[in-house]
Design a protein around this ligand. Structure first.
Ligand code: BGC
Length: 450
């Protein structure tokens, strides 16, 4: 067992007065009302219509109805003493066809959310892109079309100009490794494209967009704090054998290093030889356009991965050894529960001199909650959060520049290709009645933050 702080001693003051506490959400997972008030279609609206893509055929059309219930839900954020609320702007609500016309009803909607947060003394943290690409842009090639740098830039300008007078904390993108890897290589997320010829340009264009978005925000909002978020899973080799160690190194390059190194001006890691082919999509001067000095990096960690050499797996020659086959505790996502992973993820990102500040912008767990007499006693989630927080504190006490922690997530919601079965919320949702019940973990977080 690796060291941590014993949970019963866990106390908010140990993190210091400046530590930022919050909760994270994303528009496509909570809003619903996909056709309301002039919103255009997103790639997820179309993808979820295809049979077999989402578990049980679940659709994001209503989810937890945040679109209509945002006041009630933000009031719950207040009730839980959570001072910072992270949400994303739906690009197709603001610009229904992705570029050109701006939909005033969409702007009004996010203004209401921002204003309501501020009225309650809650700081809004805005993610500009959390995977809901306007479908009209996907029809033009989506992330594989270099034109996206202009489309995205215009969208960022609209966000900055309409919300920047009140929003002081921005995240340009959410987890590019996931929407490019799952959406353009494996085909298991929207838009469902596969193959290296989609994956490599999608990687490069999302890096260009991240950096361009950062620059646009800084130019227009010089006082704002600008970040972007990355998924990261701590990687360990299956054995000490050279081939497993080398496989783990390649997996680490793909899962953890690819995007942070690209935006930090280090280029693409050469440990995975196929990344060399990204050069085919680069134009002269791109190295410079790929980099931006973000004020903070959001890291999102849920688990660790154990990696084994697998020569037959194309491009990477490595495979993840499933947690289920390792006889370890797992969540509803079948992810291993392993709190030291977050400590190692922080250490890894902390080692880049370019990273000025780290905020944990997501951490949390899905477990099969049960309601008994209107109570959800989710002890597993509660322990998960406490154990992970104690590992964050361990990293902080060792001098890492970690400055904040956001739980994923406020309410149970639409978990992408997994539909509604994984419940990640601090608040339980009965999807048939939209009743909300604060789980034990939510009450704990609220008391902790008091
Ligand atoms: C994403 C969230 C997602 C969560 C749990 C992150 O990859 O940003 O949208 O729900 O992890 O899977």
């Amino acid at each position: 067992m690796e060291p941590g702080i014993e949970n019963y001693k866990l106390n908010k003051d140990l993190f210091g007065d400046d530590f930022v506490w919050g909760i994270s959400t994303a528009a496509p997972q909570i809003e619903g009302s996909c056709d309301s008030d002039g919103r255009g279609k997103s790639v997820w609206d179309v993808f979820t219509e295809i049979k077999g893509k989402v578990l049980n055929g679940d659709k994001p059309t209503t989810t937890c109805d945040f679109y209509n219930r945002y006041r009630d839900d933000i009031t719950l954020v207040k009730q839980l003493n959570i001072p910072n609320f992270r949400f994303s702007i739906a690009w197709p609500r603001i610009m229904p066809s992705g570029t050109g016309n701006v939909n005033q009803a969409g702007i009004d909607y996010y203004n209401q959310i921002i204003n309501y947060c501020l009225e309650l003394g809650i700081e809004p943290w805005v993610t500009i892109y959390h995977w809901d690409l306007p479908y009209a842009l996907e029809q033009k090639g989506g992330w594989t079309n270099r034109e996206i740098v202009n489309w995205f830039g215009n969208y960022v300008r609209v966000c900055a100009d309409n919300f920047g007078d009140r929003v002081k904390h921005w995240m340009v993108m959410n987890e590019p490794a996931v929407f490019t890897g799952a959406g353009y290589f494996l085909g298991i997320h929207a838009p469902g494209r596969t193959g290296i010829k989609n994956f490599l340009p999608a990687i490069h264009h999302s890096v260009l967009c991240m950096a361009a978005g950062g620059k646009i925000l800084r130019e227009r909002l010089p006082d704002a704090e600008i970040g972007t978020t990355f998924s990261c899973s701590y990687i360990e080799p299956y054995s000490e054998k050279d081939k497993d160690v080398a496989a783990a190194k390649r997996a680490d390059a793909m899962i953890n290093r690819l995007f942070i190194e690209a935006v930090s001006g280090m280029g693409y890691p050469d440990d995975v030889s196929v990344f060399k082919e990204i050069e085919n999509y680069m134009l002269p001067g791109d190295e410079k356009l790929m980099a931006f000095d973000f004020d903070f990096i959001g890291i999102q960690n849920y688990t660790r991965e154990i990696v084994k050499s697998a020569f037959w797996v194309p491009y990477i020659g490595a495979k993840l050894v499933k947690a289920e086959d390792r006889n370890v505790p797992i969540t509803s996502m079948k992810w291993e529960v392993h709190a030291p992973a977050i400590y190692h993820a922080i250490k890894q990102f902390n080692a880049y001199p370019q990273v000025k500040k780290i905020i944990i912008t997501e951490n949390g767990a899905a477990f099969p909650d049960v309601v008994i007499n209107e109570v959800v006693n989710d002890t597993e989630r509660l322990t998960y959060l406490q154990d992970h927080l104690s590992q964050v504190l361990r990293a902080k006490n060792e001098g890492c520049k970690v400055a904040g922690y956001f739980v994923w997530t406020l309410t149970d919601n639409f978990e992408w290709a997994e539909g509604y079965h994984p419940r990640f919320g601090l608040i339980y949702i009965d999807f048939s009645t939209q009743q909300r019940i604060i789980k034990a973990s939510g009450h704990w977080y609220g008391d902790f933050l008091k």
